[in-house]
Write a protein that binds this ligand. Structure first.
Ligand code: TXA
Ligand code: MG
Length: 347
């Protein structure tokens, strides 16, 4: 199929309207959000949503997030739980997805058969205009081939989905760079199923206790079922196996340097995912810095792009420095752990 690719900004109403006509007609459009690019289709149209699963190669049991541009979501949910109202008032529009009991208008194709639907109001203006002009909510997972790192630039989307969708629009790099925080409020409490830029600490300030689903921190056992089906898949992965090295930073450097040397002698090309503070301490040449540890927001924004970079420079094995688990670091570590298939060395 031929994919139209338009580099546009939020003022380009003509192109955004053209994209909205594709959505209305049951087609697929890749568009920017503040977190990552999304692969969108009319959330009320089962056949349109099926195209999303096909284009991405996404497992059918992994539900989609429904994107809205309006606070009136009463058509899509059975009711809005009290805690959801507080979160919506404080963090919408923005990178927070809230799981609530679904109404009959949302097809099971979108929720993968679940009784709850995930809803988010993005901050990005192109995204919100596209939803408004379409006149329907837009179901959209990240616009990557399933398993690959989520796309934070239009080039990542073209790389993965050119020829598989009707249109790709955008151009700007996503500011947040990690997917939205996903919380489940359907049982009364707020439970984080996927950490993101809206942190546990930020939500606790307005709502009291917030809980973290065990699947966020550790690998699930084979018989355990995560509350967010997507959390069970290996994700965000570069082609080469990735190991996270945690501990005192000097020992981390020492460990990675000795491994690099060992690998060099065996002819194994070693990639290193470092930070500005440490990158010059590594002996290897195939190293990428995520940014300064003093600016974790920038590290978050660069993470997926750096993981994709390693595929281009052809490494056999990658070592990454670990991060803490406070604030946005929780989200950075969660994505790194998934990319590493929970392969972590403590030094
Ligand atoms: O930032 C984002 O959220 C991006 C942009 C495009 O908005 N979208 C995104 O979608 O990351 P996706 O499909 O890649 O991730 C959605 C996650 C998955 O882990 C999925 O299992 C979970 O949310 N999810 C969606 N609906 C759910 C539901 N009804 N119950 C539990 N988990 C759900
Ligand atoms: Mg995704």
């Amino acid at each position: 199929m031929e994919t139209k690719v338009y580099y546009i900004d939020e003022k380009d109403d003509k192109k955004i309207k053209e994209a909205s006509r594709i959505i209305k007609a049951g087609g697929t459009v890749v568009f920017p959000t503040e977190t990552v690019y999304g692969l969108g289709a009319n959330a009320l149209d089962e056949d349109a949503c099926k195209k999303i699963f096909l284009a991405k190669g996404r497992p059918q049991d992994n539900p989609l997030i429904v994107h809205v541009a309006d606070f009136d979501i009463s058509k899509y949910v059975k009711y809005i739980p009290e805690k959801a109202k507080i979160l919506m008032e404080n963090f919408w529009p923005g990178p927070l997805t809230i799981i609530m009991p679904k109404s009959d208008t949302i097809p099971y194709m979108v929720t993968a058969g679940l009784e709850n639907v995930a809803i988010r109001m993005p901050l990005n203006k192109i995204a919100r205009k596209l939803i408004s002009y379409s006149g329907v909510p837009i179901a959209a997972p990240s616009a990557n081939i399933s398993g690959r790192p989520s796309p934070t630039t239009i080039e990542h989307c073209i790389e993965d989905l050119n020829g598989k969708v009707d249109m790709i629009i955008g151009g700007e790099k996503c500011e947040v760079g990690l997917e939205s925080t996903v919380v489940d409020v359907s049982d009364g409490e707020v439970i984080i199923l996927r950490p993101g830029a809206i942190t546990k600490e930020m939500m606790e300030e307005v709502i009291g206790n917030v809980f973290i689903d065990p699947a966020v921190l550790d690998k699930l056992k084979d018989d355990e079922k995560p509350r967010a089906p997507g959390m069970k898949y290996r994700h965000y992965a570069p082609s080469a196996p990735l190991t996270i090295v945690c501990g005192d930073i000097n020992r981390v450097i020492e460990y990675i340097n000795s491994k690099t040397l060992e690998n060099n002698m065996k002819g194994i090309k070693t990639g290193i995912l470092a930070t500005d503070e440490t990158v010059n301490e590594y002996k290897g040449s195939l190293k990428i810095s995520l940014g300064s540890r003093k600016k974790p927001g920038i590290i978050a924004a660069n993470l997926f792009d750096c993981l994709r970079e390693f595929d281009k420079i052809d490494v056999d094995i990658i070592y990454a420095e670990g991060f803490g688990e406070e604030g946005i670091n929780l989200a950075i570590m969660n994505r790194l752990k998934k990319a590493a298939g929970y392969n972590i060395v403590k030094v």
